[in-house]
Design a protein around this ligand. Structure first.
Ligand code: NAP
Length: 488
């Protein structure tokens, strides 16, 4: 089904500016393949002045659905035929769905996605106190969502207090209006706006006054909506005080680069449930996909969503492929098999690919064509992996492959390189009975192993993103450690 289009293909896309680095095509094209829907998803860069034309054009071209991203999430609203109450209260849409009349209805799946992500961890806002850190573009809808899903109180803490006040005023009013216009029970929204004291649901606070929270609430859910901790500023969090984290039931960071922010690390260490912003990104996509394909009754299962999440994690962490390097006897072959099995992804061994293509053994290639020829084949294979955008493959490297500088450069672009570091004594113990290794046909194999390792160690280390000392680990433990270190 992938990449197949015909006269029945459903077209969806994204309008925004910029859109070059969007992860949405990965989400939707994967979902289409999994759900067996003939659908393609394409990003369109749209200037601010052209938003109305883009919506009109999408209508004329019978585009099934659109996502809308920065900076058009509010600007697009006047050009819609209808708007979902949650999106209306938030004042921003990120998903356009065809109406039966041929126009578009706007939804905010950023927020339903956030909610679905947090619900999946068994956490709900109903009856809880929610603390929002920040008062920017994401904090406002997060405050509205929390209130509309029945939070008892929502505290908006911001460095610039006036902005927290403005968010509280706007959201309190929007919640009240929503409750007045429509009790919202149809959409599963609680009628938070019904509360007579609606104006007290959202409470603005100065960020520096966070300790005052403890007098008001013992335990709370925290939604981290500031930009503090975003890559490359990965060693910062907006509140550094460990005590704060001991009050947290569940913590969600809107940031997903890095996947585990310092905020999430500290919350996790204090025993809170943690949810990465990447889950919000995943579920805003899943919710949009289900809305677009509701006529086909498409429902994405947790297992399918997990599958897409794994691809997103690999993409975000740069581990588009997981590449294993190391000296002979380091366990590369066994570990790569376990890893591919565990992650349910493809596995290739560069030596095996070359042997299959050349239809002769490595020894024969070396003997007949020389080492240079073999190394050229390795470089060519790596270039194909990079240029053809190979994804989600465990790649076990021939021992000498990283020796070429050009290859190390290609490896950096191909994925995350894991060096399985093993001491000469362990290598010797593991391969001493193997009579097929030419290396061992010397007077003192251990000395030869040491010499070769000395030549290669620094190069392997240079090429590696992750180094694992394997001497005291089983192959299963090594595979688990790789998964852990990659955050998969
Ligand atoms: P924004 O409108 O620029 O707001 C930034 C917020 O961070 C403001 O409240 C600002 O406080 C606060 N802040 C910045 N630096 C600070 C510092 N040093 N100390 C304390 N507070 C600080 O940004 P946004 O659009 O709301 O986005 C917030 C984050 O969410 C971004 O990192 C973005 O990457 C992420 N995001 C994630 C998703 C997703 O799908 N997961 C979607 C959208 C955005 P002041 O008001 O005092 O300046």
């Amino acid at each position: 089904m992938q990449n197949y289009t015909d006269g029945y293909t459903r077209t969806c896309g994204l309008i925004g500016n910029p859109v070059k680095h969007t992860l949405s095509p990965l989400i939707h094209n994967a979902l289409a393949e999994m759900a067996g829907v003939n659908l393609v998803y394409v990003p369109f860069e749209v200037e601010h002045a052209a938003v109305q034309d883009a919506v009109k054009g999408a209508r004329a071209l019978d585009i099934l659905g659109l996502n809308v991203t920065i900076p058009h999430k509010s600007a697009v609203i006047p050009f819609l035929d209808d708007i979902d109450p949650l999106a209306k209260g938030i004042g921003a849409v990120n998903t356009l769905v065809r109406t039966p009349e041929g126009g578009f209805k706007g939804y905010n799946t950023d927020m339903t996605g956030l909610y679905r992500a947090i619900r999946e961890e068994g956490v709900d806002f109903a009856g809880e106190a929610v603390v929002i850190l920040g008062a920017g573009g994401v904090a406002r809808p997060a405050a509205f969502l929390s209130a509309s899903k029945g939070a008892r109180k929502v505290y908006v803490l911001n460095r610039t207090f006036e902005k927290a006040e403005a968010v509280a005023d706007e959201v309190n009013k929007a919640v009240y209006d929503m409750g007045r216009e429509d009790k919202c029970t149809e959409d599963g929204l609680s009628a938070a706006g019904e509360a007579a004291d609606y104006d007290k649901i959202i409470v603005p606070m100065k960020l520096e006054d966070y300790k005052k929270l403890y007098e008001l609430e013992d335990r709370f859910i925290v939604l981290q909506c500031t930009s503090v901790g975003l890559f490359p500023d990965v060693n910062s969090t907006v509140i550094e005080d460990e005590e704060f984290y001991t009050h947290i039931i569940a913590a969600m960071d809107m940031i997903y680069r890095p996947l585990e922010t310092k905020f999430l690390k500290m919350a996790g260490a204090a025993g809170a449930k943690t949810v990465s912003g990447l889950k919000m990104l995943l579920y805003q996509g899943v919710d949009a996909f289900e809305l677009w394909n509701s006529d086909l009754d498409v429902k994405i299962s947790k297992e399918q969503a997990d599958e897409v999440y794994k691809s997103l994690v690999m993409e975000v962490t740069g581990a588009t492929n997981i590449i294993l390097e190391g000296f002979m006897g380091c366990g590369k072959t066994t570990v790569s098999e376990i890893l591919a099995d565990k992650l349910e992804i493809e596995l290739i061994d560069t030596d095996e690919v070359i042997v299959d293509t050349e239809k002769r053994s490595v020894n024969e290639i070396f003997a007949n064509e020389g080492e240079q020829y073999f190394r050229d084949l390795e470089t060519e294979l790596l270039r194909t992996i990079v240029e053809d955008h190979w994804r989600e493959t465990v790649i076990s490297l021939g021992g000498g492959l990283p020796l070429r500088e050009e290859n190390r450069e290609l490896l950096r672009r191909a994925g995350k390189v894991v060096y399985l570091r093993t001491s000469p004594e362990t290598v010797f113990a593991r391969i001493k009975d193997d009579t097929t290794r030419p290396l061992l046909q010397t007077g003192d194999p251990l000395v030869r192993i040491k010499e070769l390792q000395d030549e290669r160690r620094e190069i392997y280390e240079q090429a590696a993103d992750i180094i694992i000392d394997t001497d005291d680990l089983t192959p299963e433990e090594i595979a688990c450690e790789i998964v852990r270190q990659l955050g998969l």
